[in-house]
Design a protein around this ligand. Sequence first.
Ligand code: SF4
Length: 362
Amino acid sequence: MAGIYVHIPFCHSKCIYCDFFSTPNLTTSDALINALIKEYGRRSTEINEPIKTIYFGGGTPSIIAPERLARVCKIFPLSNIEEFTIEVNPEDVNQVSVKAWRDIGVNRVSMGIQSFCDDELRSIGRRHSADDARRAIKCLLDGGITNISCDLIYGLPGQGIESWRRSLSELLSYRLPHISAYCLSYEPGTALYARMTAGKITPTDDMILAEMYQYFCEAAADAGYEHYEISNFALPGMRSRHNSSYWNETPYLGLGPGAHSFDGSVRRFNTNDLKTYIRTADITVIDEETADERFNDKLITALRTADGLDINTLTSDRANYILKASEPFVTNGTMTLQDSRLRIPESSWLRTDAILRELIVI
Ligand code: SF4
């Protein structure tokens, strides 16, 4: 199987923690759609396997009128699609948009809720309220899209453990097929980072973050979710097929500014400059990964999953390297090696970045 990823770099406004490129200026949205169509026409033969998943990500794809998205979808081979996801924000979900998304083939929605506390949502510049999120979930379910994934963020300014528990309990009460939890990250260049360095916001203490994460893991497990990636939980059989393909090296074609592609052996990156992308859609400049970058990507993605890294998929040189480099972690119990699978167990997932820093090739 293979997948198609389409990147839509527009958002209504900028959330203060976000360091992804996005613009609220929709004047180029038609030009973007034309460029996506041209890019697909030129690159569709890069993937030789049947396309089973499509993922519109961003940015906020739900900001684009469904008729425009439909123009892109028309050129995709939709007959064998098993999972077609669109990322949405709650404020864009209504009866009309849900029907329009279904009409173009969407059967899964990924929605950024972040919190069910309005003060916390305001503190990070989200445009929607907790009630908007509740209404959006109901609207999606009523409209026939039941395969829903929702995200929460922990470590928000002013968020204590009790508030985190309340948001999580409410999310779990909907029993959605898929949920994700991300730690608020202070990225240089963001308004959030500037407020932190100006002393206006104090990041949540690491011990409290660890407690929040652990609580999420336990509550999700009690509710029957499988913790299959460091930030992702799914009810049985409801893992994200498209996102899993990034972690298990299934080929995918990435269209749009900043999109990545992987054809089974080479990973490629489109320019992330929107104007350059639109101007050069006929001849998109694509960077390819070096062998070391590819190896590091494989480590970083595989070791964030419950399935871990299959040593047998590596060349003998790389396998010898990683077995030696990981030995201290296996010895001290922060990694496991069983049946040729190297894993970071859930109990050590909060230390993943520190472990990976010691394993990647520099
Ligand atoms: S909606 Fe998502 S992509 Fe857009 S600014 Fe907010 S966090 Fe970033």
